[in-house]
Design a protein around this ligand. Structure first.
Ligand code: BGC
Length: 767
């Protein structure tokens, strides 16, 4: 498929969509999202509504409206606009053929631009907006009508509360008001379950065109102004600001929203934009990756970095990163293991504070994880497979439906997919070695590590015949095989998590005895438990490479039918069928949904290259990549094996998952759109851990660089133990430049050689 079927490249940061295609509306909405970690306003036109998937998702507004799915709420739409010129409707409505529209999106600053031209007149609609990083509650917009031949222009603007929701209407008790002195409207509503007040305010200011008459129109869920405008030199131009605050943000959201709307109007669009861009400039100084030699790839890298950043509530330590970010309500705006293993690494080595916030979120949700463990008969912290604000399990027991019988399927993502807990422990360790931030581990991480160890202790089974601990009845990363025993990935992660808990237990015993004592009292931790962790860590069964150097994904995997995804595709009765548990086409075969043993290799550096190669060659043809998490992990291992071109092919699959999406918007009645944020974070890993071959472990920082021939060079920044490095990789050289402000020498290894970079030093290495 050609990218030009989806978009055009303007430059390294900007894409253009020259003609809107109806079947792509859902993707534009997600891909052209203006966001800032607090809200996500979809890439839709001002005249569009729920049929065109218009939405503005607000963080920290979890609510259940249908008795089944708790998800984030959408705000009413304060950018809603309907225009009539000379009594005739003007706008680009999918069903009508009135205008042609070009869209532009700037991934540097998250700016959405439209330019629509009428087919039957000279009139144009031009508008631009961004979700501010300077005030996270603000979306600023400027809107302009050009070349108007008629003098009679009617504009309906206001706040539309009749909005798109995936699973039930979340808002009720709407009331709105217009303050004519200040030109401010607001709409107040509350969520149906949790009674969260949500305020959407709107300020506007006409820059060109005279308001001849104004009428307030209150509808059941909306408040509008009907304006008659006299154009000025054939132009009508206004700036407006949409502000959203909830009662979870502060005590009096209404007062704040109205005040902030007035302030934004007083500042004006240009000024607001500059302040917003300033924040992005600082982010890009840390997080940008420059790819030379292929502009399409550069643009795709920017797309993915942008989406990983805007999905992340960096402003808070209490909120998760949603698997679809804030691009829509799908996946409930909630965290999966994706958060630690896919989204976080980029922040860990750039905006480290954000990585810490993400981990603190897991600290603040410990009670939810404890509750889940207790409810299911275990001890300690069993983290939710789908985790919202409280950390309690949001994953419903019946996730998929059998499309043939119509019956619901009892999936066990919530109770058997246990690896999310040790994945969090793993990430705490990674955070520690990348930052040396022992205070964080002592004050927050240790409680997580101990509670996860405790959970694992209660979850393993002792096999007395083999004198080993096993983990039975679980799901590894490959979700098509539920109810398996000894998933290699999970067993290795379990040992790792136990060992790290023990490491910090003894470290605290020596260095922070008082804090350890307090923590032990707080969580009632007994010495005998710690002894048990030691024993389990020593005796847990870890599937080793067999005579063919293969690691079996789980007990009995090699005995399953050996086939491929292509063959299974033909066995489907209905294309929408679920491939997994209990009866899907993949269940009794070796076809896997996503990287599993390969996932183990990207996270643990304990196997030889021969083992990596044997397993890569074995599992790769058997992997469907039915999850967007998978391609980046295969790419990393391919790059480690020196197979740059295979890694590059996986880069392409991963980087364009959303940009060139042909997925249908709705499958089996379920909306499946939205940005795949794990794939977005995976792009950073693919470049840094894959092409640059970066590893960070107790031995330190090392690189095994390899560049695909499609690129001339790639450059990125690292923040390692509070020292900054600029890295440039080209086909025959690897350059490390230490920032002049670094406090320490930075030791690192490239291939087999050791180096040390002093502050301000640049080291060029031939590769
Ligand atoms: C994948 C999981 C992932 C989830 C959310 C599923 O399709 O199999 O590994 O955590 O999506 O992205």
């Amino acid at each position: 498929m050609d990218y030009q079927d989806f978009f055009r490249i303007k430059d390294d940061w900007n894409i253009k969509i020259e003609e809107l295609k109806d079947e792509q509306l859902v993707h534009y909405g997600s891909n052209l999202l203006c966001g800032n970690g607090y809200l996500g306003y979809r890439g839709t036109l001002e005249e569009w509504g729920k049929d065109e998937y218009q939405a503005c998702v607000i963080t920290d507004t979890y609510d259940m409206a249908d008795g089944k799915w708790r998800e984030l709420s959408n705000s009413p739409n304060a950018l809603f606009t309907e225009v009539k010129v000379g009594g005739e409707k003007l706008g680009d409505y999918p069903e009508e053929d009135l205008m042609t529209t070009e869209l532009d999106f700037d991934y540097k600053y998250g700016v959405f631009k439209r330019n629509s031209k009428a087919k039957n007149s000279t009139a144009e609609i031009v508008s631009e907006r961004f979700a501010s990083y300077d005030n996270l509650h603000l979306i600023a917009n400027k809107y302009q009508l050009n070349n108007l031949e008629e003098d009679e222009v009617e504009i309906k603007l206001g706040i539309k509360g009749d909005i798109w929701d995936l699973n039930g209407s979340h808002l009720e008790n709407f009331s709105g008001e217009y303050d004519s002195q200040k030109n401010i409207l607001y709409l107040k509503a509350n969520t149906v379950e949790k009674n969260i007040d949500l305020i959407t305010a709107l300020s506007f200011d006409f820059k060109k065109g005279e308001i001849e008459s104004l009428k307030v129109e209150n509808e059941e869920k909306s408040i509008y102004l009907l304006l008659k405008i006299k154009p000025e030199n054939k132009l009508v131009k206004f700036e407006r600001n949409m502000l959203v605050y909830s009662s979870n943000d502060l005590e009096n959201p209404l007062e704040k929203a109205v005040e902030a709307a007035a302030e934004a109007a007083a500042e004006g669009y240009q000024q607001l934009k500059q302040e917003h861009q300033h924040v992005w400039d600082k982010k890009w100084e840390l997080m940008d990756i420059k790819v030379a030699g292929n502009q399409l790839d550069q643009l795709a890298v920017h797309f993915n970095l942008y989406h990983n950043i805007i999905a992340t509530p960096a402003h808070s330590e209490f909120l998760p990163i949603g698997a679809r970010g804030l691009s829509c309500q799908a996946y409930q705006g909630a965290a999966f293991w994706d958060q630690e293993i896919f989204n976080l690494p980029m922040f860990l080595f750039t905006e480290t504070e954000t990585a810490k916030n993400i981990l603190k979120y897991r600290y603040h949700t410990l009670d939810g994880a404890r509750k889940k463990a207790k409810d299911l008969g275990y001890d300690g912290a069993f983290y939710a497979w789908i985790s919202g604000k409280s950390g309690q399990e949001l994953c419903p027991s019946f996730f998929f439906k059998d499309v043939i019988s119509g019956r619901k399927i009892r999936n066990h993502f919530n109770d058997w997919q246990i690896h999310v807990s040790p994945d969090i422990s793993y990430t705490i360790w990674k955070y520690y070695i990348a930052t040396d931030d022992l205070d964080f581990v002592v004050d927050y991480g240790s409680e997580i590590l101990f509670e996860v160890a405790r959970f694992l202790h209660s979850r393993v089974h002792y096999n007395q015949y083999k004198d080993q601990y096993e983990i039975i009845r679980l799901l590894g990363p490959d979700e098509y095989h539920e109810n398996v025993d000894n998933n290699a990935f999970t067993n290795y992660q379990t040992r790792y998590a136990l060992k790290k808990a023990l490491y910090f237990y003894y470290k605290m015993e020596n260095e922070y005895p008082e804090k350890l004592k307090n923590l032990k009292e707080k969580i009632d931790l007994q010495e005998s438990e710690v002894t048990a962790w030691q024993e389990i860590a020593e005796k847990i069964y870890l599937p080793e490479p067999d005579e063919n150097m293969l690691i079996e994904q789980f007990d009995g995997y090699f005995d399953l039918e050996d086939t491929t995804a292509e063959v299974l595709e033909e066995r489907l009765i209905d294309k929408q069928e679920y491939w997994g548990w209990p009866n899907g086409v993949a269940v009794f075969t070796q076809v896997i949904k996503q990287a599993d043993v390969i996932q183990l290799f990207t996270m643990h550096d304990i196997f030889s290259e021969e083992v990596l190669a044997a397993n890569y060659d074995y599992y790769e043809p058997r992997t469907q990549h039915g999850s967007s998490l998978s391609p980046s992990q295969y790419a990393i291992v391919a790059a480690r094996l020196g197979r740059a071109e295979e890694a590059y092919d996986y880069f392409e699959t991963s980087a364009f998952i959303d940009l060139m999406s042909t997925n249908k918007a709705v499958s089996g009645g379920t909306f499946i759109g939205g940005v795949h944020t794990a794939a977005a974070g995976g792009i950073w890993q693919l470049i840094v851990n894959g092409f640059a071959g970066m590893k960070v472990n107790r031995k330190g920082l090392s690189f095994m660089p390899i560049l695909p021939e499609e690129w001339d060079s790639v450059e990125f920044n690292l923040n390692y133990k509070a020292n900054k490095l600029k890295i440039k990789l080209s086909s025959d050289s690897f350059t490390v430049k230490a920032s002049a402000s670094n406090k320490n020498l930075v030791a690192f290894k490239v291939e087999d050689q050791h180096y040390k970079a002093a502050a301000g030093e640049e080291i060029n290495i031939k590769i």
